[in-house]
Design a binder for this molecule. Structure first.
Ligand code: TXA
Ligand code: MG
Length: 341
């Protein structure tokens, strides 16, 4: 039986204690973070973390991120090996940022999926932090969605997928960011973005000028290619309906969409400013093309909405691959399984 807790207005002390205890004792709890909802387990218990893979249908070679609530917890589970890592930690944690560090033995191999490293993240969301404190242990938590599907940015979107599979679910309302954390690994002294997010390349370069983005962030991983992050290999964020990403400047995008609409019953997932000109029967609005924060927050919710309309095809308007736009495009190109026009 899954217990539901509503912390949208305030956190109930007894109930959060109960959720923390459930985690500590090996249960699964779905909880909000500032990025997306997570499905959490005690990161120190192999058996508990195994249950996450089963509940999500996740490939066993795709490691989990470990969530902590204070700086002391970092060195209980991982090693900070150089000053660059220390600088990234002090600059971006807490927040939507995950750093890949050398793991210590307390982290079981189920969490690291056999790697010698572990992803560490200190969320800023109050419910997430209280949950970690009450549990008294680090919490391993991937995004709360069935593997391959869009991540959950409200509890409503994922409730059915996990009802009966977890011990508790915490409703914290709509998340504030809407895209998963920026994942960074320091490789040969260079901070390398393995997954872009709200903390952008430009933000990191202000702290460490030589920071860069991994080639696999926008390019498709080839079969048997060695990747820096297992998550890069997998189908991700995808609606069940076929999706195509529409690139180009505004007028170019509108033209491409209108051409497609002439022959297919498609839904357009696009920008407010272009709705009238596109004039599609089904239009799901992502927000304003000049407000990427709004677009990021809406993205997964709107992909799920478009998927529920029963159309043959979803056409999605793309944005520039810079700043937060890079994170949006990284999710969209995967949602579209690299189909781009
Ligand atoms: O915002 C977030 O990061 C959310 C919330 C719940 O905190 N979590 C999340 O977890 O997105 P997940 O499991 O959906 O994505 C984790 C990503 C995967 O692409 C995984 O391959 C990568 O991080 N990752 C985890 N540990 C890694 C490691 N040791 N080395 C390289 N990549 C790693
Ligand atoms: Mg995920």
């Amino acid at each position: 039986m899954t217990q539901f807790y509503d912390f949208r207005q305030n956190i109930n002390d007894n109930e959060i204690r109960h959720c923390g205890k459930a985690i500590k004792e090996g249960g699964l709890v779905i909880f909000p973070t500032e990025t997306v909802y997570g499905i959490g387990a005690n990161a120190l218990l192999e058996e508990a973390t195994k249950k996450i893979y089963t509940a999500k249908g996740r490939a066993s070679d795709n490691p989990l991120i470990v969530h902590i609530s204070n700086y002391n917890m970092i060195e209980e589970i991982a090693e900070i090996s150089n000053e660059i890592e220390a600088k990234l930690i002090s600059s971006f944690m807490p927040g939507p940022f995950t750093i890949i560090l050398k793991k210590k033995d307390v982290i079981p191999h189920t969490v690291s999926a056999g790697l010698e490293t572990v992803g560490v993240r200190m969320p800023s969301n109050e419910i997430a932090r209280r949950l970690i404190e009450e549990a008294g242990v680090p919490i391993a938590a991937p995004s709360a969605n069935i593997s391959g599907r869009p991540s959950g940015t409200t509890l409503q979107d994922i409730k059915e997928e996990f009802d009966g599979k977890v011990d508790a679910m915490i409703d914290g309302g709509v998340v504030t960011i809407g895209l998963e954390s920026t994942v960074v690994k320091v490789i040969d002294g260079t901070p390398t973005i393995l997954r872009p997010g709200k903390v952008t390349l430009e933000d990191i370069q202000k702290v460490i000028a030589k920071a860069k983005v991994s080639d696999n962030v926008m390019n498709e991983v080839q079969k048997d290619q060695k990747v820096e992050s297992p998550g890069m290999k997998y189908r991700h964020y995808a609606p069940k309906t076929e999706c195509i990403l529409i690139k180009g400047e505004r007028q170019e995008q509108i033209q491409k969409i209108q051409d497609k609409l002439r022959t297919t019953n498609a839904c357009v997932v696009g920008f407010k400013e272009d709705k009238e000109e596109i004039n599609a029967k089904h239009f799901v609005c992502l927000g304003s093309r000049i407000n990427l924060e709004e677009v990021a927050k809406n993205l997964f919710m709107k992909l799920r909405k478009a998927d529920s309309l029963g159309v043959k095809l979803i056409l999605i308007q793309g944005t520039k691959e810079e700043g937060l736009g890079l994170a949006i495009m990284n999710r969209l190109i995967r949602a579209c399984e690299y189909k781009v026009i």
